[in-house]
Design a protein around this ligand. Structure first.
Ligand code: KG4
Ligand code: ZN
Length: 339
């Protein structure tokens, strides 16, 4: 079975071919430079860029894979969550292809798909279950129990900022362009932890929910205070303290949840899973406890279509089918699976 995956939920236009042996080809056009001019994603511009790029990207996919339409059995597309205008470009494209080629269509939950990227062969092992999955992206921070590729139960989520959002906002005040996570990561590698005291916000009444806004605000306050009194911030050290604290929070949550649920295979995905400090902290904690750890290869941490094709591969096997009434959903309750 070979699935053509289509992803257009935010500012990356992506297509991929995923089959029994894993990813046959994966291509992507990012709009990051365009949106960086505005300090964040501009939805109207994102939709227009998707519409401009998605056709030429299909030609690029055939070139990269050496495959043709004759090899494709299914079409998969991100249904949501995401920017509605952006989602609709991918959905209209996927529906037209499914109709034109007479192929089954499968709508995919973007958040669930992210988690499967951690197990995508040929470069990574397939995931083992039961697992605990944490999705850390620009818009979401969710903790799931995963009993199978399509059997996810939400255990916790952020009550305020997503981890990636906190990275981007802290980066902005430190003078880095959008998206700032990668810049904090690079600065932190040049810095040392311990100079700046940062809070680890707790969430009342929940063991597994997250909060990052207090931590982000602390970085903003330190920076503003330094400006007011004419002091120089050590950007590398502040980045190291911020990144280290985010990594501590995520690692603590995962280890506690693993102990609590007995699901001790650890899956981490989403843009922030590319973070070197987080990857190191998780590797250490999992190694100490003997927990298997699944991290996506760096190119599959952020938005991509390989994860969409992969999720659809499993959903099709589980009996899920879509039709031309498939529509975009801007936000989806985390504890419901939508098709
Ligand atoms: O999953 P993703 O590509 O898009 C969403 O679905 O949101 O995540 C994007 C987020 C951004 O906030 C970006 O700053 C962050 O991932 N990110 C990182 C790193 N690379 C990307 N954050 C920390 N360290 C990184 N190396
Ligand atoms: Zn995403």
């Amino acid at each position: 079975m070979l699935v053509l995956g289509v992803e257009s939920s935010c500012d990356e236009t992506a297509l991929a071919l995923v089959g029994d042996d894993g990813v046959a080809a994966s291509v992507m056009a990012t709009q990051a430079d365009l949106h960086a001019l505005f300090g964040g994603v501009v939805p109207e511009l994102a939709s227009r860029e998707h519409a401009r790029l998605i056709g030429p990207l299909l030609d690029e996919l055939w070139r990269a894979s050496g495959l043709t339409w004759n090899d494709v059995d299914r079409i998969a597309v991100t249904r949501g969550p995401g920017l509605l205008g952006s989602l609709l470009v991918g959905l209209a494209f996927a529906k037209a292809l499914a109709l034109g080629r007479g192929l089954p269509l499968i709508g995919v939950n973007h958040l669930h798909a992210h988690l499967l990227a951690a197990g995508l062969p040929p470069d990574e092992e397939r995931l083992a279950f039961p697992a605990l999955g944490v999705l850390v992206s620009g818009g979401h921070t969710h903790l799931y129990r995963m009993d199978g590729p399509t059997a996810l139960t939400a255990l916790g989520r952020t009550v305020d900022d997503a981890a990636g959002e906190a990275f981007d906002k802290a980066a902005r005040v430190l003078g880095f362009p959008y998206p700032g996570g990668i810049h904090i990561d690079r600065a932190a590698q040049q810095g040392r932890r311990g100079q700046y005291k940062l809070p680890k916000p707790k969430v009342n009444g929940s063991d597994f929910d997250f909060s990052f806004s207090g931590l982000k605000t602390a970085v903003i306050n330190i920076s503003h205070h330094a400006q007011q009194v004419g002091e120089q911030i050590d950007v590398n050290n502040l980045a190291a303290d911020f990144q280290g604290t985010v990594a501590d929070i995520l690692t603590d949550h995962l280890m506690r949840a693993a102990e609590h649920t007995g699901a001790n295979k650890i899956v981490v995905a989403g843009g922030v899973s590319a973070n070197s400090g987080l990857r190191a902290a998780l590797s250490k904690a999992c190694e100490e406890r003997g927990y298997p750890l699944y991290l996506p290869q760096l190119s599959l941490c952020g938005d991509n279509a390989a994860m969409i094709g992969s999720q659809a591969y499993y959903e099709y096997r589980a009996g899920v089918r879509g039709d031309l009434s498939l529509n975009g959903v801007a936000s989806m309750p985390v504890d419901k699976i939508f098709y």
